[in-house]
Ligand binder design. Structure first.
Ligand code: UD1
Ligand code: MG
Length: 467
């Protein structure tokens, strides 16, 4: 049976209390990954033929998040969940198969549960299977109304439309269902906004089907936490904690050590090799890939970076950086956009690299800025060296060859080319290229004045007396 998915993600999320009017609720991130992306990742392994996401409020942002995996339809005015699903009609109406409908704001849902829901639908021959959950406090949810004698599902009654006895029902609609696709679109056409909220309720499809004797089933979710929905920032933080624990558990079971998983924040998209040790207060986000047997942290932030094996990265910030193997990085290194570091390099404290490319065995141990530069093998960059790569308008390139020695306090006013095996003297301001085997020195010659200490001191004391 062909499978389809509809993700409802048009809602506003006013309880997030954002100053940004266009911030869609489902775009809030947990560990750098937007809420709706968690839902998309959970449905991807289900063997779907097509995913359609309904966007509306803040839809441009939501569209950018999902469009690699999903078609997108717009719901310009929000007239309820039934109206939302109706917007997918041009894409899905005539498809034969089973369609799962779910919300974009439930990031804890798992592929396993959704797979079981599909199986139940297929095995029982239902035309709709509702994922339900039993809750001690069901307030706010649609209730599952069952026939007393047969226990068969009759309807979903929205909280606001329930009478007192219906309100005491503890079995609720999780907002996730599998429908026979053609049946779904047939009954969507019959919905009316004749209810407390004057909305087109998707849930009314169920009672309409039951009235026509179409088979409706329910699958009771074992762990209600999976359908935890995010409406405010307290719930966002709670879900973040659950996801962090899941990710860390999976990594630890695969051979990654974490000294303190409670303060280790790793996105589910990150890969980490065996025997790597993550030290406390470390965050690794985006499509980062960390090899084996590294020490990462403490206090390290890594985003969209690739790191090889046997490195030590301590108290540092790495963004869009590729690191080879056997490197010593930090403490307090900052690397950003498009930086590459080879093998056996040393990048030390208070060193900033931007669009810099270090070949193997480069040493750049302290207090240095290297931007828009290539640095050859075995070159040593002395303390407090700077590439002056920006004239206020243009960024220029610096090339430093292999086996070079950049003396401490050198300022390389780019564009500059230092050929292989060239040398700059400490404190030099380099404005011209340096050729193979040359030493460039730009400082004035030193003059020593005998008795100079006393001379300067006496002048200073005389100035003080005058005051
Ligand atoms: C819905 C269900 C309710 C269920 C609950 C589970 C209906 C009528 N009720 O109620 O039975 O217990 O979910 O959480 O379906 N959305 C749109 N467009 C709209 C309206 C909503 O895309 O016009 C999206 C929202 O962004 C959200 C989802 O649909 O992701 C659910 O909408 P929401 O308003 O939260 O429905 P509930 O009142 O929670
Ligand atoms: Mg809701």
């Amino acid at each position: 049976m062909d499978r389809y998915a509809i993700v409802m993600a048009a809602g506003k999320g006013s309880r997030m209390k954002s100053i940004d009017e266009d911030h869609s609720k489902v775009s809030y991130p947990i560990l750098g990954r937007p809420l709706v992306k968690y839902v998309i990742e959970a449905i991807k392994p289900l063997g779907l033929k097509q995913i359609v996401t309904i966007v509306g409020f803040g839809g441009d942002v939501t569209k950018r998040i999902v469009e690699a995996d999903s078609d997108v339809v717009w719901q310009k005015e929000l007239y309820g969940t039934g109206h939302a699903v109706m917007q997918t009609k041009p894409l899905l109406e005539n498809k034969k198969g089973a369609t799962i409908v779910l919300c974009g704001d439930t990031p804890l849902i798992t592929s396993e549960t959704l797979g079981k829901l599909f199986k139940k639908f297929e095995k029982d021959g239902d035309l709709a299977t509702i994922l339900t959950s039993v809750m001690e406090n069901p307030a706010g949810y649609g209730r599952i109304v069952r026939e007393e004698k047969t226990n068969r599902v009759l309807a979903i009654k929205e909280d606001k439309d329930c009478d007192a006895s219906e309100r005491s029902i503890e079995e609720v609609n999780t907002g996730i269902y599998v429908f026979d696709n053609e049946t779904l679109f047939h009954y969507l056409g019959q919905l009316t906004p004749d209810n407390a909220q004057h909305e087109y309720y998707l849930t009314d499809v169920i009672s309409l089907m039951v009235k026509d004797k179409k088979q409706v089933g329910a699958y009771i979710l074992e762990d209600a936490q999976e359908v935890f929905g995010i409406n405010d920032r307290i719930q966002l933080a709670y879900a973040a904690k659950v996801i962090r624990k899941r990710v860390n558990k999976k990594l630890m079971l695969s051979g990654v050590s974490m000294e303190d998983p409670e303060t280790t924040y790793i996105s589910p998209d990150v890969e980490i090799g065996q025997d790597t040790i993550i030290l406390p207060m470390t965050t690794i986000l985006g499509k980062s890939k960390i090899g084996k047997a590294n020490f990462i942290g403490p206090n390290t932030y890594i985003e969209n970076s690739t790191i090889g094996d046997y490195n030590n990265v301590m108290s540092s910030y790495l963004f869009e950086t590729t690191v080879g193997s056997h490197n010593e990085i930090g403490p307090f290194t900052k690397t950003r956009t498009n930086t590459t570091i080879g093998d056996h390099c040393r990048v030390g404290n208070f060193v900033e690299l931007k669009n810099a490319h270090f070949e193997n065995s480069v040493k750049c141990a302290h207090l240095t800025y290297i931007g828009d530069s290539d640095v050859g093998e075995k070159t040593n960059i002395g303390c407090m060296s700077v590439t002056a790569n920006y004239d206020g308008v243009n960024k220029s390139h610096t090339n430093i060859g292999k086996n070079c020695f950049v003396g401490s306090g050198t300022i390389l006013v780019s564009p500059i080319n230092m050929e292989d095996q060239s040398f700059t003297a400490a404190g030099s301001v380099i404005t011209k290229d340096v050729k193979f085997d040359e030493l460039a020195i730009t400082r004035p010659e030193q003059r020593n004045i005998e008795g100079g200490y006393t001379m300067v001191r006496n002048k200073a004391l005389a100035r003080k007396e005058k005051k």
